[in-house]
Design a binder for this molecule. Structure first.
Ligand SMILES: [Zn+2]
Length: 188
């Protein structure tokens, strides 16, 4: 095989088979502000500092199948950042590190991925339509967000006085509705 220079990969919609076959590597430090959905989770009153970066890398690899089939394209996605969320106890900013380290196996299309998904422990993605790497990265980071961000020890002691009407009231945020549970109810 003659050596070929690494092509410039399209981080937007890479051809994942070619990317894996070439053991392609994409890495970048991007401003958190470029991830709209994630940035909107950051402290509203603080905005997102332009200094806050998301460090990420995507590595392609052809890996042999466990069942002895043809090697399949895989993607190793890693990312880390720190996002300021609102502490649900003291309402102050709580610096929350997020880190993603996941492998995805690519299959031909979305129908194949859906068909295999139930009895497959691997995370499957479709080769076509080509995945949007940036969106995928943001989805993974969003999944790392804690449901109830909270300081381990709040910097300001929470004042609780006897006779305080807030005492004894639950400070937990309203329970999030689980759309799947709602759906399950409808199906019955
Ligand atoms: Zn706190």
């Amino acid at each position: 095989m003659k050596p070929t220079p690494q092509p410039a990969w399209n981080a937007d919609r890479p051809d994942m088979r070619a990317f894996a076959q070439a053991a392609g590597l994409l890495k970048a430090d991007e401003a958190l502000a470029r991830f709209d959905r994630l940035a909107s989770e950051a402290l509203a009153h603080d905005g997102v500092s332009p200094d806050v970066q998301v460090h990420w890398q995507a590595q392609g690899e052809m890996r042999a199948s466990a069942t002895g089939g043809a090697p399949a394209p895989w993607l190793h996605l890693q990312a880390r950042t720190t996002i300021a969320l609102t502490c649900q106890r003291c309402l102050g900013p709580v610096q929350t590190p997020l880190s993603v380290d996941r492998w995805f196996r690519f299959v031909a299309d979305e129908a194949t991925a859906a068909a295999l998904d139930d009895d497959c422990e691997e995370d499957l993605l479709a080769l076509e339509p080509r995945p949007q790497l940036h969106e995928l990265l943001e989805d993974e980071l969003l999944m790392e967000l804690p449901l109830v961000p909270m300081h381990e020890v709040c910097p300001v002691p929470v004042v609780m006085q006897a006779g305080d009407p807030a005492l004894g009231a639950t400070s937990a945020p309203a329970e999030r509705r689980n759309p799947f549970a709602e759906l399950a109810k409808l199906k019955k």
